[in-house]
Design a protein around this ligand. Structure first.
Ligand code: ADP
Ligand code: ASP
Ligand code: MG
Length: 416
């Protein structure tokens, strides 16, 4: 069996849903289809979750936009322009939720609301495939993808998930399943999410536990390119990458694949294909085991919204391993992701994704020990397989805040 994952861009409108059905129909294999929410619906649901939690009176109109967006797509897909009952029932379920008083836990409420994006998209896709003659079974992934209760960033309970997933996706009577990316549930059946853009990861989880032949993620690009085509011209497609290369690229900020996708696939040696839903005949990129050296072009990655934090011990002592340990534990507790770290005698430099919360509040606890300085609005440029020429190009960037070179990777933090 194979796992296919379709992201928001592939199902952003009725034409997209029809195209997904066409792609599925090209394959006679047993398939699990994982889908994200349609278009930019997760962003909309984030604003809905916030409005509901803050009771600011905006929830009703955002909910109406959510409904209108999906009703419009259904009108184009189904007979008599009718939204299927199953989808209407979901709208009612969300409306009931929004009429209740929220709990005091924002992350919990966020997951309860935001998960409606994936629930709605997969029901529409499944219903459409059925009426278009491609029989399939819709699965609520929350019945089998078990997580802990760290809402908004839940971790998978692999043992339980494997047991439940293999029971449900058993292919005894079915050849095609349709299910949600990004969401899961605790053992108490409370909905959780795996972190933004997490649907690629879901596809890899299912691929791993079901021992898939391969996992394919269908994107709006021809495959993995040497840079994000939205940010750079003259990109070239890379035909094949090792898991290691892919994980380095995505961890550095190449948004084409969620960085957590590679581990479950690497662990079972399952190939990951990145293919274009706009030209499904084309080869795309394969990510798999490569045990020989392959020539790769310089690969450019830009990660925006970075913050440089410099911590200097107030008593002028050297930065030592205890400082690093204390700071790393502190950042973990505060859910702050570090993209790069560098130390000198009395400075510890941390490059972070700009956190939601105020930096002053986050770092307050460290202030008795360190002088804390910040620079915000920075971009981290990474070049894998850099050359002299690409380094020259980098150096022309103005206002370099920090630089780090290793054998294969050059990194530079700049103000663009
Ligand atoms: P999905 O629809 O699955 O959510 P994304 O929008 O998250 O897909 O990922 C596809 C996007 O990733 C592309 O449109 C492209 O702008 C971006 N991207 C960033 N880096 C790369 C890269 N190196 N190669 C290809 N695409 C990239
Ligand atoms: N819909 C979710 C998001 O936009 C998950 C995903 O698309 O992978 O973050
Ligand atoms: Mg995405």
């Amino acid at each position: 069996m194979k796992v296919f994952k379709f992201g928001g861009a592939s199902v952003k409108n009725a034409e997209g849903v029809r195209n997904v059905a066409k792609i599925i129909n090209r394959y006679s294999d047993n398939l699990v289809v994982v889908s994200s929410a349609m278009g930019k619906i997760t962003n909309l649901l984030e604003t809905l979750g916030k409005a509901y939690f803050e009771k600011d009176g905006k929830a009703d109109s955002i909910f109406n936009s959510f409904k209108a967006y999906h009703n419009e797509i259904c009108a184009e897909l189904f007979e008599e322009r009718k939204t299927p009952d199953s989808v209407q029932n979901l709208f009612t379920e969300l409306e009931i939720k929004l009429n209740k008083t929220p709990s005091l836990d924002f992350d919990f409420e966020y997951d309860q609301v935001v998960s409606f994006g994936e629930m709605t998209s997969t029901l529409i896709i499944s219903e459409y495939l059925n009426v278009a003659g491609r029989k399939n079974k819709w699965i609520d992934i929350r019945t089998c993808l078990r997580t802990d209760n760290k809402f908004r960033d839940a971790s998978v309970d692999w043992e339980l998930t494997e047991k439940l997933v293999t029971g449900i996706f058993n292919f005894e009577k079915e050849r095609l399943y349709v299910t949600q990316g990004f969401i899961g549930a605790t053992t108490w059946n409370l909905t959780t999410t795996l972190g933004r853009e997490g649907s690629d990861f879901t596809a890899a989880i299912l691929g791993n536990v079901l021992n898939a032949e391969s996992v394919s993620i269908w994107k709006d690009v021809p495959g993995v390119l040497s840079a994000d085509p939205k940010k750079m011209e003259g990109t070239v497609k890379i035909d094949a990458l090792s898991y290691r290369e892919a994980v380095e690229m995505t961890y550095s900020g190449a948004k084409v694949i969620h960085p957590k996708t590679m581990k479950p696939l690497h662990n079972k040696g399952i190939s990951l294909y990145v293919k274009s839903f706009l030209s499904p005949d084309d080869e795309g990129t394969v990510i798999h085991n490569i045990d020989h050296k392959i020539e790769l072009p310089p690969i450019f990655i830009q990660k925006e919204n970075q913050v440089l934090v410099t911590l200097s011990p107030k008593d002028f002592s050297f930065i030592n391993i205890e400082d690093i340990e204390r700071v790393v534990n502190f950042l973990k507790e505060n859910r702050v992701t570090v993209t790069l770290m560098q130390q000198s005698a009395i400075d510890l430099n941390l490059v972070l994704n700009d956190p939601d919360a105020k930096l002053e509040n986050i770092f307050q606890e460290l202030m008795p020990f360190y002088t804390v300085r910040y620079n915000i609005g920075l971009t981290l440029i990474t070049i894998r397989h850099y050359t002299e020429e690409t380094l020259d190009w980098m150096v022309k960037k103005k206002d370099i805040y920090l630089e780090q070179h290793s054998r294969l990777t050059a990194r530079m933090l700049v103000k663009q």
